[in-house]
Design a binder for this molecule. Sequence first.
Ligand SMILES: [Fe+2]
Length: 184
Amino acid sequence: MTNTMNNLSQVFTEQNHDIQSEYQGLFNELMDYKNTQEKSNWARGFTEIINDYLNKNSIDISQFPTHTQYSRNYIGKEKSSGWQAMISRWEPGAISTIHGHPDFIFYYVIEGEFKMPFFEKTQTSADTVKHTETKVITPSDTVWSIGSPGCFDNMIHQVKATKPSLALHIFSDDGLKGEIFKCE
Ligand SMILES: [Fe+2]
């Protein structure tokens, strides 16, 4: 199969913003955990670290830039491994493409509400998927998935914000390499 897959870098342009350095401590704590714990513990540990952070600090949605759909605000990138994390701010009604992620992906809802339809690949073509289920996630809910090493089609899904919303995302590689799909 030739690699004609589209990826998220083709749909994101001005939504990307510089690293917000005030979250460097939180990012470092997440990466320290990842670097010293088994993969099977990561999601639980990340959840505890973020819960603990939010018990001591508030994250104000107004500090993040608005965009017609959503803004992506990196909070850190680990150069040696490629891991990165960001906080995204979503406008009500904002909707993402159907996309996949690198082999570890973790979402934590900070504020608002998201509808998240999930999809699976079909036999029709490499970039065609069909809907399987939809989750509704609200503050402190998490969604995460472990895929095959090196993949960018992990946890194929779409994100729809129903309210002004914030989410924290942790990726094991460049999130913009996530593949884009269409629903059959
Ligand atoms: Fe995603």
